[in-house]
Design a protein around this ligand. Structure first.
Ligand code: NAP
Length: 343
């Protein structure tokens, strides 16, 4: 066992506090990783709050660090490698989804990086707001040379969660794509859609993000609370990637879709607020998408290396985690907080 200094919510809705726990001894295929950087995802806020099932909870599923120990059957990594861990740390490995490398869609339920029972010993999984994490090598990723490790950390959740649906819905040079919500996920969605060759429109409620959205790669910006600007978008879009973290009136966005267009939510609000007639008149679809599996995550990291894509990050120290969470809750981040565990 290894004693780990972590930062945990001790109860639902609680502040993040220093906390220690015993991390398991390395299994034969385990990799122990000294955490260097960990992104702060809006899902961490949901998990510390209403979604959380088990406390104390150590959040963090956008981890980059250095390998400090390997089990005796680990073949892909060596001590000293710079690697990453994302949202999923295990899955059944036998079902149709797992066999296709789409473990996040494991038919028996994938094991999240934190706040869930480990498949083997039932202990709680614990995330990257900590000195170290431990993970089976199947769910550990090499960070391509040339990618800044702090900017790469958010790729492991915000990155793959936006890359995956853009690829699934075949976004490319023929596509007109809207990215709704320019936060941690959305700003990477803009970068990916642009790199895939699409015509990209950023939809934001924050006028102060308009110039940034263009700099991130958007061709146009729409202020989504302006009814006239929204009305002008009717029937334009092949695909809308919706990253908004709360429920909101979606019908004006659905009306912006072309015939057969799709709005895919990755923001996962409690409910979709949409008029079915707006879907019917254009045979439009509303979909939702989770994170990606190991095969697509590796593809995404290679794409990021080739296209020089990383997240725009604001580094915070261990002592600033609670301030960062409050600022994230208030939509005050450009565009991802990343904890620098050395500070
Ligand atoms: P974030 O950084 O807070 O970004 C969310 C963005 O939504 C904000 O920047 C804001 O963009 C917009 N927004 C916020 N409140 C709004 C409102 N009331 N009405 C309209 N727009 C609003 O959060 P994130 O880390 O990107 O995560 C976004 C959501 O994705 C969260 O709910 C998270 O749990 C979820 N998520 C899902 C998956 C998955 O597997 N599907 C993975 C990761 C995260 P503007 O200022 O530009 O309007």
């Amino acid at each position: 066992m290894t004693e780990v200094t972590a930062f945990a919510a001790l109860e639902s809705g609680g502040r993040i506090e220093p906390w220690t726990y015993e991390q398991r001894a390395a299994r034969p295929s385990d990799v122990r990783i000294e955490v260097q950087y960990c992104g702060i995802c809006h899902t961490d806020l949901h998990m510390i709050g209403p979604w959380g099932q088990s406390f104390p909870m150590v959040p963090g599923h956008e981890v980059v660090g250095r390998v400090i120990e390997i089990g005796d059957q680990v073949g892909a990594f060596a001590v000293g490698d710079v690697v990453a861990v994302g949202t999923i740390v295990d899955a059944c490995r036998e079902c149709e989804s797992c066999l296709a490398g789409q473990e996040s869609y494991c038919l028996r339920g994938a094991t999240p990086a934190y706040g869930a029972p480990d498949r083997i010993d039932g202990s709680q999984t614990r995330g990257g707001y900590a000195d170290s994490v431990i993970c089976d090598e199947r769910f550990v990723y090499a960070i391509p040379a040339g990618l800044d490790p702090a900017g790469a950390a958010p790729l492991l959740c915000a990155g793959i969660t936006t890359y995956s649906p853009l690829r699934h819905w075949n976004v490319g040079p023929h596509s007109t794509v809207g990215i709704v919500g320019i936060g941690g996920l959305g700003h990477l969605g803009v970068k990916f859609a642009r790199a895939l060759g699409a015509h990209v429109v950023a939809f934001t409620t924050s006028a102060g993000k308009a110039a940034d959205a263009l700099a991130l790669g958007a061709h146009e910006v729409v202020l989504s609370r302006d009814e006239n600007q929204m009305a002008a978008q009717a029937n334009r879009f092949d695909f809308l990637l919706d990253t908004v973290s709360v429920g909101y009136p979606m019908t004006p966005f659905v009306q912006a879709l072309r015939l057969n267009g799709t709005l895919c939510s990755v923001g996962l609000p409690a409910q979709f607020d949409v008029a079915p007639m707006a879907l019917a008149v254009g045979r439009r679809s509303i979909a939702a998408s989770g994170s990606g599996g190991t095969v697509e995550t590796r593809e995404m990291l290679a794409f990021c290396a080739e296209q020089e894509i990383t997240a725009d990050v604001e580094l915070v120290s261990r002592g600033e985690i609670n301030t960062a969470l409050r600022r994230l809750e208030g939509n005050d981040v450009k565009y991802r907080f990343v904890i620098d565990m050395a500070r």
